[in-house]
Design a binder for this molecule. Structure first.
Ligand code: IPE
Ligand code: IPE
Ligand code: MG
Length: 262
């Protein structure tokens, strides 16, 4: 296969071509978005359609997370970020919140075991202070293992995450520095704000996917999504397949990103 073809022309759906050459085809891998984020939505409706409790939808949605995170790493996506629990989701019935916390326990334990083998750094971002202590400990253990990985792919779970809450916390940190005389108000730049967010060491998302038919952002990555491309699909998250990710990436490749230019 000619390199020129592998590299693709502008706007060509690169992932649709993926099967034509090996997974380690360097040029192909470079074409996928560097950072894909997903608002994992539709678990409850998926369960309702089957006469099952909402928590069954969350359990299947968590399996989908594992599958899609693995697939995105395999096709060369460096950063894969998912919205797993918002600062607003505490409003849900206690047994649903408990079921979600139990899934976080299960998947974090699994991540600690598997991270080194897969060279995927699993991270959790959000306001973690209010999470149960045992979950916070699992997150610290994850961080310890992740710190030892060399040039890993990143799978980031947003738990008790809210875009406005994140910006509020950044503003507080910056205000403290100003008050302490460490920073002049005139020296606050956009980068200062970026560097005080939970995502300080990550690039902005290139592509944000929301399944389940809702066309809103529900307080996800508000600052970071300034120039993200959005992809909405009616597929419910537990039904989301690698082919749906291919389709989202193909759509991404049809877009012309201008970043305010011409
Ligand atoms: C997304 O699925 C998972 C979380 C928000 C934790 P939902 O639980 O919101 O599913 P729907 O939107 O009710 O179908
Ligand atoms: C967004 O989904 C939050 C997560 C996916 C974790 P929601 O189901 O909570 O959002 P709304 O209520 O439909 O806006
Ligand atoms: Mg929902």
């Amino acid at each position: 296969m000619e390199k020129a073809i592998a590299a693709g022309k502008a706007g060509e759906p690169i992932v649709a071509l993926f099967g034509l050459f090996g997974k380690d085809e360097e040029k192909t891998i470079q074409q996928v978005p560097q950072h894909i984020a997903v608002i994992m939505d539709g678990n409850g409706r998926w369960a309702k359609k089957r006469g099952m409790p909402r928590k069954a939808g969350h359990a299947t949605g968590a399996e989908t997370f594992r599958r899609i995170a693995t697939y995105s790493k395999d096709i060369g996506v460096k950063y894969f970020t998912v919205y797993a629990f918002s600062t607003e989701n505490w409003k849900r019935p206690q047994d649903e919140v408990d079921a979600l916390m139990n899934l976080f326990r299960k998947y974090l334990k699994e991540a600690i075991e598997d991270m080194a083998k897969n060279n995927v750094a699993v991270r959790v971002i959000g306001d973690l202070h209010v999470l149960p202590e045992d979950i916070r400990e699992l997150i610290r253990d994850c961080d310890t293992v992740a710190a030892k990985l060399e040039d890993p792919a990143y799978a980031t779970l947003c738990i008790n995450y809210g875009g406005r809450d994140e910006i509020k916390n950044a503003v507080r940190d910056i205000a403290r520095k100003v008050k302490a005389g460490e920073l002049e108000p005139e020296d606050i730049t956009e980068d200062t704000i970026t560097n005080h967010l939970y995502t300080a060491d990550m690039p902005d998302p290139d592509l944000i996917i929301r399944p389940s038919g809702e066309i809103r952002i529900s307080n996800f990555l508000l600052w970071q999504s300034a120039y993200a491309e959005y992809y909405f699909t009616d597929v419910l998250w537990p039904d989301f397949k690698p082919e749906d990710l291919d389709e989202a990436i193909a759509s991404f490749h049809q877009r012309q990103r201008r970043f305010g230019g011409v």
